[in-house]
Structures are given as C-alpha cells and as structure tokens.
Design a protein. Structure first.
Lengths: 258, 332
C-alpha cells in the first residue's frame, strides 16, 4: 500500500539502554524494498541489539520504528512477524527435539491465519502448511533430513534451517543475523547465493562479518560503531571510506576472506 | 492399524482401567490411583509438554476439593452440576495464579508458583467457615449421579465409585490426548523447546502458557474434587504444599514424555505407598532413593525404562530373519 518507492522500514532515533549502558544510541535506518541492506561494524557496535529492537525481540527504549506504513514500535515480536518481519538468530535458535519438517511447519503456522476452533485439530491437511514447508526444504537442500530432530543436524544444516525458519513466515522483510557464523567455506558459498536469491521476493536486512558476502551482494551498507551509524552507502563507497577503515583497523574491509 | 498406533496411549489407559478391578481388592485404592493419575496428567501437560515446573498444582487440587465439598455439603447442589463447576473453579484459580507467574521464567516462575501455594494454604487455613480450617471440610457425601431426577449411576459402593472415577479419567485422558496432538499442543512443544524462537515465528507465548495453565488447573481441580468425594472429607492437606510436591514427584517418576507415563507414575506411587507404609512407616526414605536414581540414571522415568526394555526385546526379535522383513517398518 505504501507505494514501491518509499522505504519499507523506517527507524528513527532508536535507542536501547541496558541500565545505564546504551547499546544503541539513536540510530536512524531506512531500508528500501527488495534490496539487500547490510549492517556491519566491529564487535560490540550494537548491530545485534539494533536487530532485536527492529524485530521486537527487545523493546526499544526510545525512538520509532515504522514498517510497511505501520508503526510497529510498541508491538511484541510475535505481532511483528504477522506484519511481515521475520528474523534469524546469530546463535542458532531452533526447536531441537522436533523434526526439521515440524520446525518449519511451526514457523509457517505462526503467521498462518487459522480459526481458533481449528487449533484443536491435528496439523494435517490444510493445517500442515505442506506447500510452504516442502518448498523451503528443497530450497535449503534439507529434504533428506526432513524427518530427523533439528538438534541432530550438522552446523551448516542448522544455519540453513535457521534462515528457513524466517522464510517460512513468508515475510516481506527478512532479518538475518550473521547467517554464516561458524560455517565452513563450502557452506558459505551456498548461503551467499541463497541470500542473494531472497532479494527477488523479500527485503533482506543482513548482519554479516564476512566482507566477501557483504561487498558482493549488498545494495546498501550501513556501518555501525559504538551504538551509532558511522557511514551508510553503496559497497564501493564503504570500501573506500577512511573512517570505516579506521574503525576496522584497516585490514578486514578490503574483502575476500573474513 | 493406523488409528491404533496413534491412539495406543489411550488404549493402554483403557486396558489399565479395565484390568485394575481384576487385580486389586480395594475399589477405593484403585480409584485413588486414577484420581492422582488425573492430577499427574495435569502436571505433565505443564512439565512435559510445555516445560513449566509448577509447584502450584496443590492449589488447584485443593481448590477442587473445597469447591466440590462446599457445593455438595453446604449448597446441596446436584453432582452433575457440581463437577463442571469444580473444573471451572480450577480454571479460574489457574488463570489467576498463571496470570502472575508466567510473567517470569525459570527460577522466578517456580518461586512464584511456590509463593502462591503458600498463600492459598493459609487462606484455606484461616477461612474456617468455608473450609473447616485445620479439621477440613467434613461429611462430603457421595450422591448418585443423576440428570433431571433420573439416576444414572449410584456411587455408594467402592467399585461403583471406581467406575465413575474411571469414566472421568478416561474422558480427561482422551481430551488431553486430543490437546497434545493438536496444532495447539504441538505449539506447546515448540515453546518447551525454545521460547524465544516460538515468539519470533509468531506465537503469543504468554497466551499459550496461560491457556495450558487453565487446562491443567481444571483437570487438577476435578481430581481434587473426586478425592474429597472418595475420602468423604476435603482435608487441609489437599491444598498443602506437600500435595504439589507429591504430584510433581509422581509426574517425574512416571516420565514426562507421554500421557500414559502419568498413569504409571501415579500408580507406582499410590500402590507402593499403600503397600510400604503398612510394613515400614519410614518408607518415604526409599522414595528418596528412587528419585535420586531417576534423576541420575533414568530421566525418562518408568515409562523410559519400559520403552528401553521394549526396544531391546523388539531388536532381538528383529534379528530373527523370519520376522525382520515385515516388521521393520514398525520400528520407529
């Protein structure tokens, strides 16, 4: 409804305090629809905390967050998912004793409109969200592991499922918090093309330490430092920015290996 | 075949209910097993299926005892009305306790349920007009179950009462089995596994917890009410912290992975208490040892032990070539 030209996400003056410490100190962020927008910065810059406040995992101490034309600042996480904001976690956060298929089914069901009287019935038929689930299983190359508990997957598979959990909500915007953390080289390439492919149907907001990925697939990069936005711009500009080089002590930003 | 596999727990429960009169002499003892099994089901729904360790189950149990006692003794209401109202009292008190307790997680949640248990105990202790205080509410009758004056089931003899309790128990069991396999119940498992993720994919975790608390409270209150009918008294001890503890212990002994385990846990506890207490008054010492063994070596409880045995036997049978081809599918 908001038109295609305006930003899908608009955060203004977002502050998150933990006691006296402000992890995020007044961040403005504007994300254009169907782009990949990366948030980078050294450890402790407040990236993950910013993510938490944008997706509703934590409530912001101050500021406003507007998504798709709706003020979501005061909404809880489960309410924001229904507005189209889904997320993955930096530390893998699955339902470990439940099967991979059940993990995705639950994630799809969470945003699936259902009559209250239907929740008394078993998750079969139209309630199984079968189409969404099998589509994601294929996309993530998890078909063969669909029936085993998520906790027994390899690390790379778990990271892929982590992204799948966000996808299952069929969100407008998908927030990925370090999707490649702890991954091997082969897995990283697969993840990179997966994220790149998301851009077609979703808006992607990405926290990532792997500069190869960030510089190759981002449309816009926001650099954070000490809870504030340092610079924002297209990848080429960020690569050559003196302040960014200083923040990263010069060596990490040139790209390629992380 | 498919439905049998899906409903094997209900089938096991039904078989146990039918078998108990064949092996037991006392109908009241058999009824007591089922009554506590019902309370344990309510606890299992919280602990096993939602991951909530509640020390407040005695509240709902005691509230059920008193509610049923007061309605029968002081208000002379018909039993057919009293039963649903007893459940309602459990639901309402559980929503009250849950409303505050589920705002916190882990240790603080447990502490809150414990604090409420103490509070309700002292409430019952001081409101002597209603509860009889220390003496308990005496003279709870066992009127026949009748609708519009037509007597459906007299409850005077102990086996008549047993069949009444057994019907209630099986209805509750069936209801909870439906709940745990439903969309709602599967979401509870997700909340048990990972609350933060459950919230992030769109579930109102607090709402779900409150709902499951209400169900648990209703079931537990019904159990408490039935015990008052059985004993002819709603004693102060039914709302004591000790009752909460006992229900929890039975839940853990039986195992928290499925519903039938609750019947195992309650049966084991009630029957060994009955048997051991007559030969050795300090039998609770043995129970302590058993709890240690379960905590250390068999966290799936008695059900887990049975499951392991069953798999061991099954594997041995599978090694025999004649059967292996046809039965390999059932192994999951």
């Amino acid at each position: 409804m908001n038109g295609t030209t305006g930003p899908i996400l608009r955060a203004k003056g977002v502050i998150k305090r933990f006691g006296k410490f402000a992890a995020v100190q007044g961040v403005d962020l504007s994300v254009a629809p169907n782009t990949i927008h990366s948030v980078i910065g050294p450890n402790g810059a407040g990236k993950t905390t910013l993510f938490h406040t944008l997706t509703g995992t934590l409530a912001a101490s101050a500021g406003t967050i507007e998504f798709d034309g709706i003020d979501v600042t005061r909404l809880a996480d489960h309410q924001r998912v229904r507005k189209g904001i889904a997320r993955s976690f930096q530390v893998t956060s699955l339902f470990p004793t439940l099967s991979v298929r059940e993990n995705l089914r639950l994630a799809a069901q969470g945003t699936h409109r259902m009559r209250l009287s239907d929740s008394w019935l078993p998750p079969t038929g139209s309630r199984s969200c079968e189409e969404v689930v099998s589509g994601i299983l294929e996309r993530l190359d998890l078909v063969r592991t669909a029936e085993i508990p998520a906790g027994t997957l390899s690390h790379g598979q778990q990271r892929r499922l982590e992204v799948g959990m966000a996808l299952a909500a069929r969100p407008k915007a998908i927030f990925l918090d370090e999707p490649t953390s702890g991954m091997g080289v082969d897995d990283i390439d697969a993840m990179k093309s997966l994220i790149h492919g998301l851009r077609r149907d979703h808006t992607v907001v990405l926290i990532e330490h792997n500069m190869g990925i960030v510089m190759d697939i981002s449309d816009t990069v926001t650099v954070m430092q000490l809870g504030q936005v340092l610079v924002e711009g297209p990848p080429e500009m960020i690569r050559n920015d003196e302040r960014v080089r200083a923040a990263y002590l010069g060596n990490m930003i040139t790209g390629g290996a992380a | 075949m498919h439905t049998l596999k899906e409903n094997y727990q209900l089938v096991l429960a039904f078989a146990t209910v039918l078998a108990m009169p064949l092996f037991m002499q006392s109908g009241l003892l058999a009824a007591e097993v089922l009554i506590f099994a019902m309370a344990v089901l309510g606890c299992n729904l919280l602990l096993g299926f939602t991951g909530l360790l509640s020390f407040g189950q005695g509240i709902f149990f005691g509230m059920g005892s008193y509610a049923l006692g007061i309605m029968l003794v002081k208000l002379n209401m018909p039993l057919i009305l009293v039963l649903p109202l007893t459940i309602l009292v459990g639901v309402v008190s559980a929503v009250f306790v849950g409303w505050f307790s589920i705002r916190q997680r882990s240790v603080y949640f447990v502490l809150l349920t414990l604090a409420f248990a103490q509070m309700f105990y002292f409430l019952a202790y001081t409101m002597t007009d209603l509860t009889g205080g220390d003496n308990g509410l005496l003279g709870v009758p066992r009127p026949p179950l009748s609708v519009f004056g037509i007597e459906l089931l007299p409850l005077e003899s102990s086996w008549q009462f047993y069949s009444f309790v057994a019907t209630c128990f099986l209805l509750v069991f069936w209801f909870l089995q439906r709940i745990t396999t439903s969309v709602f119940g599967r979401t509870l498992l997700a909340i048990r596994d990972n609350e933060i993720r459950a919230g992030a994919v769109g579930y109102d975790v607090r709402g779900f917890k409150l709902a499951v608390f209400a169900i648990s409270g209703g079931v537990t209150a019904l159990a408490g009410g039935l015990l008052a009918m059985m004993a002819g008294i709603a004693p102060l001890s039914s709302i004591e912290y000790h009752t909460s503890e006992m229900i929890l212990v039975m839940t853990i002994i039986g195992g928290t992975s499925n519903l039938f385990a609750s019947l195992l846990g309650a049966g084991f506890y009630v029957l060994s208490a009955d048997w051991l207490s007559s030969i050795w008054p300090r039998w609770l010492l043995l129970l302590g040892v058993l709890l240690m063994l379960i905590s250390l070596y068999m966290q799936q409880g008695l059900w887990g032990v049975l499951e392991k045995l069953w798999h061991a036997v099954h594997r041995r049978r599978r090694r025999e070539p004649a059967i292996s081809a046809t039965e390999s599918e059932q192994q999951s």
